[in-house]
Structures are given as structure tokens and as C-alpha cells.
Design a protein around this ligand. Structure first.
Ligand code: NAI
Ligand code: MG
Length: 482
């Protein structure tokens, strides 16, 4: 079966409830302020290259104002408020997000290109749950860290990427506020719209002015925020290159830093695994969401005895995958987030071929406008190949085989990254035995890409440091006075 044979009627989610302004200013001190730069840039819909809105580009003066606003709100209001009171605001924000979840999901899909199924069923519910979860901790910090006398840090600068715009905002803002800090957040330039909607939600929730400030712009705006002397804490999610730059920029300062960077995560299929379940899990781990997932299972290791069978099943499954309009409820693979990212992925696909790997792409109908990439499998991949070592951040899977447990652990750990891993096996002992040996922040067993606000997430090695989520996620926004 090929997706050319799919004759599904289009089932697009309605955009009727979306209320977009043609132009967005900066959200500073509780109100919308024109940028001193007087500059704006376009946010595109990557599915059809149409312009969704114009967005302000913050400069030094704007960043200064946002940080001062966060400082004032911290000093005069937020740090003095009881945890129970802060919790009430967070619960209110969570409920408002939930009420507007449909609008937020459609907006996330329009601005970023991810399938509506993902934003509706994964991103937005998880983002709401993070606020509910951390709202519950706000008045229990002393119990969470008994005897350690936790207190807030101050002003947090938070920089987020384009792959999970609202979810990454929630991972950062919810614990920061619960712990009594105020924030200045800079969303990614291609996906700022849900953060700007979130600013409206803060207004509607009556959050005191300046507790949350949103400054939009490119890397230059992010760098100004990182360099600002009145910032106490920086939380960054994005590329390893920018993470290293931020790390250098913080040397010799008292700023606290957490980094969540890239990955090249191993998904390991043992011969005793439920094959059909594993094949679906492999597809989910790398192809849904266009591979725009930092913990994507982008390196597949299959035990030699079942390799041929798994590869055949994967190819067969890819023939029926549905690529197209991200707003369509049937879509499995939506649009690549930007032209720049599509070019990066295409460069890696060409590199894989020139490195001697064998390529497979399904025959499928592709939209004529917008940024799209076919799901791509590479077999005959050498361990040293760049496509097996470097983060591609697209729907590209490298497949390697192994014979023994020792061999696969060694291969899986042979990576500069250590964010996540997956193990597929029927034997619990293998899950625990291998799980302990894998250098990865998260190890999933017989599933992949499962998240919960109560469980911490973060990496080893060049995947960064610090944890987000759970009780661990609170400690990144606290100092201890024992
Ligand atoms: P990026 O790291 O440049 O962008 C992430 C955020 O950092 C954006 O908000 C951006 O404006 C900001 N930023 C850029 N330069 C900065 C600087 N000098 N100082 C402070 N902030 C700065 O990532 P990009 O270019 O969008 O993607 C490149 C690659 O990064 C991808 O191909 C992928 O491999 C990886 N990536 C990893 C992510 C993850 O979740 N770990 C998310 C997004 C990208
Ligand atoms: Mg966009």
C-alpha cells in the first residue's frame, strides 16, 4: 500500500476560533510595548509559507526594560507573596490554558508545522499539566526540600526552541514562578505566537505586572538577555552550539545555568521484542513530529537475527504514512519548521548517500508548497558515519545491527550526546541490566517519547545538564541556605 492510494477526504481542524493580531508588540511589565528597535519580523506558516503575523524584534533597550520589570516584580511583589498565593495564580493560568487548549493547539500547528494530532493530544495537554503540577508544589517547597531552607533565586532568563514552543515555555515558566522567581522569556523566532498568547493568558489571570515578560527576536535578542548583568538564572533549550556559547558567556558570573541541548538517542530492539509493537514505537520515536524532537530515537540498533524482518516492516509501514497539511487530523508528518531546517536535513540526507549508506524513502504524495521532507531510512551505516553521529533534527533514521548486549551498549554510548534511549524486549532483567549501562538521562522501555510533569528530564555529556520536570525541576529555580 502506498500513501498515493490513500483517498481520505481532507479533515482539517477549523481555524475559525483563532484570534491573531496582525502585529505583536513586546510583553513587558504586564502590557504590550512597542520595540525601541522599531523593527518587526514575520512569523510564517511553514506548511504553506503564508505570513501569520508580524512580531517585534527586541533590542538592548527593550531587554533592559524587560529585566528591570522582572526585577521590580520580584523585589516588590512575587518574592514576598506566600507560596499558597503563587499557587493560586498558577492554577488560574493552568485552567485558562485548558479552556483555550483548542486555540493554542491550532496556533502551535499553524506557526510551527507540527501535526494537529500532536499539538492537540500531546503538547498542549502536557503544557497545562506542567502548570497544574507546579502549582501544587508552590506552597510545599519546605516539604520538598526538608531541612534545606529553599528560597527563590531572582530573575530568570529563559530561552526556548521551536520544536515544542508552548511545552518548553511551560517547563520553564511553571517551576520558576512556583519557586518565587520572575521571568523574561525569549521564544524561538519561528514560533513565538503561543508564547504571545500565553502573555494574554497572564493578563487574563491577573498575574501581577512584570512577573512574566516575553521579549521576541532572534539569537541577538537571546544573547542580550544572557549577557544582562541583572539576570540571576538562565535556562536554555536548543542547539549544542548555542548552549556552549551561553556557557562561555556565564563564566565568571554568579548566574546559575541549566542547559537542555541536542541528542542522538539510541532505540534498541532485542530479538525477543514484540516486533510489531516495536516497529510502531520506532516510527513514533523518529517520524511523527518530523523528527523535531531533541530526544528522538534517531539511531536504531536492531539485533542481527531480526534485522531483515524489522527493516521490511518499517519500509512497509512508511508506505502508509500520511504527509501533508499539519492541520489535517489524518496527518502523521507535518511541515519542517523552517526553510533553514529543511536545508539542514537535506544536506544530511545527501551526506548519508555520499558516505555510502543505503537510502529508502517511501513513494508518497508531497505538498507542492511549504517545507516538507519524506521520512528517510538509512541502512548499511558505519558507526563513524556523520549521519550516525550528528544530530539531524529531521525525519531521518539510521539503522545499525548488533549481536550481543555488550556490543550494543558500547555502540549506543559511543556518542557525544546522552539525552534518551529506548529498549524493546520482553525481558524485564534486560531492561534493568541495560538501562543502567546506557549513558542517557531517560531510558524508555517498550515505549518512547512518553512524558509526565512529575518525572525529570535532561541529559548527560553534550546533551546538557540540569533537570526539568518533577521535584528535580524545582531545584533548578531555588537556592538552599543550609
Ligand atoms: P538555536 O539553538 O539557534 O535556537 C534555540 C533558541 O536560542 C532560539 O530561541 C534562538 O533564538 C536562541 N538563540 C540563538 N542564538 C543565540 C545566542 N547566541 N544567545 C542566546 N540565544 C540564542 O537552534 P536552531 O538554529 O533553531 O536549530 C539548530 C539545531 O539545533 C537544530 O538543527 C537541532 O539540531 C538543534 N535544536 C535542538 C533543540 C532541542 O530541543 N534540544 C531544539 C531546537 C534545535
Ligand atoms: Mg512560524
Amino acid at each position: 500500500m502506498s500513501s498515493n492510494n490513500w483517498n481520505l477526504d481532507p479533515a482539517p481542524e477549523s481555524t475559525a476560533q483563532i484570534q491573531l493580531k496582525p502585529k505583536y508588540e513586546l510583553f513587558i511589565d504586564g502590557s504590550w510595548q512597542k520595540p525601541h528597535s522599531k523593527k518587526y519580523f514575520d512569523s510564517l506558516n511553514p506548511a504553506n509559507e503564508s505570513i501569520l503575523a508580524q512580531i517585534a524584534h527586541a533590542n538592548q533597550k527593550d531587554v533592559d526594560m524587560a529585566v528591570s520589570s522582572a526585577r521590580r516584580a520580584y523585589r516588590d511583589v512575587w518574592s514576598k507573596m506566600s507560596g499558597a498565593q503563587r499557587g493560586k495564580y498558577l492554577f488560574r493560568i493552568a485552567r485558562l490554558m485548558q479552556e483555550k487548549s483548542r486555540e493554542l493547539a491550532v496556533l502551535e500547528t499553524l506557526d510551527g508545522g507540527k501535526p494537529i494530532r500532536e499539538s492537540r493530544d500531546v503538547d498542549i495537554p502536557l503544557a497545562c499539566n506542567h502548570f497544574f503540577y507546579y502549582a501544587g508544589w508552590a506552597d510545599k517547597l519546605n516539604e520538598a526540600f526538608a531541612g534545606q531552607k529553599p528560597s527563590s533565586i531572582g530573575v530568570a532568563a529563559q530561552i526556548t526552541p521551536w520544536n515544542f514552543p508552548l511545552l518548553m515555555l511551560a517547563w520553564k515558566i511553571a517551576p520558576a514562578l512556583a519557586c518565587g522567581n520572575t521571568v523574561v522569556l525569549k521564544p524561538a523566532e519561528t514560533t513565538s505566537l503561543t508564547a504571545l498568547k500565553f502573555a494574554e493568558i497572564c493578563q487574563e489571570a491577573g498575574l501581577p505586572n512584570g512577573v512574566v515578560n516575553i521579549v521576541t527576536g532572534f539569537g541577538d535578542t537571546g544573547a542580550l538577555l544572557v549577557a544582562h548583568p541583572d539576570v540571576d538564572k538562565i535556562a536554555f533549550t536548543g542547539s549544542t552550539a548555542v548552549g556552549k556559547y551561553i556557557q562561555k558567556a556565564c563564566i565568571g558570573t554568579a548566574k546559575k545555568l541549566t542547559l537542555e541541548l541536542g541528542g542522538k538517542s539510541a532505540n534498541i530492539i532485542l530479538e525477543d521484542a514484540q516486533i510489531d509493537q516495536a516497529v510502531e514505537g520506532i516510527i513514533n520515536a523518529i517520524f511523527f513530529n518530523q523528527g523535531h524532537v531533541c530526544c528522538a530515537g534517531s539511531r536504531l540498533f536492531v539485533q542481527e537475527s531480526i534485522a531483515q524482518q524489522v527493516v521490511e516492516k518499517l519500509k512497509f509501514r512508511l508506505q502508509s504514512i500520511y504527509i501533508g497539511d499539519p492541520l489535517d487530523k489524518n496527518t502523521d508528518i507535518g511541515a519542517i519548521n523552517s526553510k533553514k531546517q529543511l536545508e539542514t536535513i537535506e544536506k544530511y540526507i545527501a551526506l548519508g548517500i555520499s558516505e555510502g549508506a543505503s537510502i529508502f524513502q517511501p513513494e508518497c504524495r508531497m505538498p507542492t508548497k511549504g517545507y516538507y521532507c519524506k521520512p528517510t531510512l538509512f541502512t548499511d551505516v558505519a558507526q563513524s558515519a556523520r549521519i550516525a553521529q550528528e544530530e539531524i533534527f529531521g525525519p531521518v533514521l539510521t539503522i545499525q545491527t548488533f549481536r550481543t548486549m555488550e556490543e550494543v551498549v558500547q555502540k549506543a554510548n559511543n556518542s557525544p550526546y546522552g539525552l534518551a534511549a529506548g529498549i524493546w524486549t520482553a525481558k524485564g532483567a534486560r531492561i534493568f541490566g541495560m538501562g543502567k549501562q546506557l549513558h542517557a538521562g531517560v531510558v524508555w522501555a517498550n515505549t518512547y517519547n512518553k512524558f509526565d510533569p512529575s518525572s525529570p528530564f535532561g541529559g548527560y555529556k553534550e546533551s546538557g545538564y540540569g533537570r526539568e520536570g518533577g521535584r528535580h525541576g524545582l531545584s533548578a529555580y531555588l537556592q538552599f541556605n543550609t
